[in-house]
Design a protein around this ligand. Structure first.
Ligand SMILES: *Cc1c(COP(=O)(O)O)cnc(C)c1O
Length: 427
């Protein structure tokens, strides 16, 4: 039976928010428009549970869209942030924590010897592209349809029709010129990659190695290897955007999992432990191009912020081999349970360590076209039913669920019971 959520306080706050914030939010997906409802205002969260201003309690699978691999308000992360805060929140001068974090990342991520920190993934992606263009003396970029690398002009590009197309601005305000150098091809389409790399000289081939921004669509066998080969032959740098996959799908990210090493790695989300931090890194030789070591300019008032660095460092230090075994088993149990709950309905549950997407589709989803072909209305209705049953899913078909180390077997049981009831309601 359909049940509904008591959300009168959220509704009131949203009405006020709409007066002062565009769409009532500071980042579009939070408005929950793609599941056709109004947002819930969060009061607090602990572990895997979120409590809204009306007192509704949810098992949270958004977890701030990825940073919270240890769950909300982890005591050791809070302690690290508090200890840093009492010493001062920002200096605009070097601190030891920045070196510690860079060293820790270098120990984990196979292709990263040196890195530069930024405050957001968008900034890190933008700077990685500047570095790739400087290093190659070229301007063109190869990007995959449905991949998200932040909201920078040059990558806020939409594919036209056809196999490989020059990007069209995906938003008013993005100049034609900014996307004209971006060539867009379908994910998992080796032939399109070969053709594009025969036709153009690229500065960078950009990929989310485990794309999660069109829902989770893992690379086909051999596809990342093909990207590596074609980038090298083309004279382009291979850039892996591991903002989501980094420190999540494996200790050293997708590059460790697959053994395919990029030239530049973009990191974010987990690296800031829930505070604003991101980074781009690669070989020492390449990163020496960044100012003041080299001539490629890039800077930031709050880059390497001591609170964010403390949160990120504590987050990484708690990610040992045992943590990944646990995260993998939690993810596997969740994915298997969701599959079972769906039964013979037209649903695909796709997953890898720390990421799950439930696609409302008859067939496996392998690229942006097949993601867009999903039954978005049924997905939206399912998400609303989950919310009414105390489960907080990412409110869009084009996103992944973020199971964390704070999700217990009991949370999973509650989730799967709700998921089964919600499937029965909508399909
Ligand atoms: C979130 C995300 C970004 C952008 O990071 P922000 O911190 O939101 O600017 C870039 N790339 C990928 C793959 C992401 O998921």
């Amino acid at each position: 039976m359909a049940i509904s959520l008591r959300d009168t306080k959220s509704v009131d706050h949203y009405a006020r928010a709409l007066q002062y914030l565009p769409g009532g939010v500071n980042s579009p997906v939070r408005a929950m428009r793609s599941i056709d409802r109004t947002p819930l205002f969060v009061d607090r969260a602990e572990g895997a549970e979120l409590v809204d201003v009306d007192g509704n309690r949810f098992v949270d699978y958004v977890c701030s869209w990825g940073p919270l691999i240890h769950g909300h308000a982890h005591p050791e992360i809070l302690a690290a942030v508090q200890a840093a805060a009492v010493k001062g929140t920002t200096f605009g001068a070097p601190t030891v924590g920045e070196v510690d974090l860079a060293e820790e990342v270098g120990r984990r991520v196979p292709s990263v010897e040196m890195l530069r920190m930024t405050s957001s993934g968008t900034e890190a992606a933008m700077s990685a592209i500047r570095l790739a263009r400087a290093a190659t003396g070229r301007e063109k970029l190869l990007k995959f349809a449905g991949a998200y690398h932040g909201h920078l002009d040059g990558l806020l590009a939409e594919a036209g029709s056809g196999l490989a197309t020059a990007g069209l601005p995906a938003s008013p305000g993005v100049p034609q010129g900014a996307t004209a150098q971006t060539i867009i091809v379908p994910w998992n389409d080796g032939e399109a990659v070969v053709r594009a790399t025969e036709e153009h000289e690229f500065a960078a081939v950009l990929a989310e190695p485990y794309p999660a921004n069109m829902g989770l669509t893992p690379p086909h066998e051999g596809f990342l290897e093909l990207l590596r080969d074609r980038a090298t032959q083309n004279g382009a740098l291979l850039v892996f955007d591991e903002v989501i996959s980094g420190f999540r799908v494996a200790r050293g990210g997708a590059q460790e999992l697959t053994g395919v090493l990029p030239d530049i790695t973009v990191m974010g989300k987990v690296i800031g432990g829930g505070l604003p931090a991101a980074a781009y890194g690669g070989s020492r030789e390449l990163l020496q191009r960044i100012a003041p070591a080299g001539d490629v300019y890039q800077a930031g008032t709050l880059s390497g912020n001591p609170l964010a660095v403390a949160a990120g460092l504590q987050t990484l230090r708690m990610l040992d081999d045992g943590a990944y075994l646990k995260l993998r088993s939690t993810t596997d149990r969740l994915a298997a349970g969701l599959r079972e709950a769906a039964g013979d309905r037209p649903v695909q549950v796709q997953s890898t360590c720390g990421l799950v997407t439930v696609f409302f589709s008859e067939e496996p989803v392998t690229d942006y076209e097949s993601a867009k072909a999903c039954d978005l209305a049924a997905h939206a209705a399912w998400c609303r039913e989950l919310l009414a049953r105390g489960i907080y899913p990412p409110p869009s078909q084009f996103e992944a669920w973020f199971p964390s180390l704070a999700h217990t077997p009991e949370h999973l049981d509650r989730t799967l019971e709700a998921a089964a009831a919600a499937f029965a309601e909508v399909l």
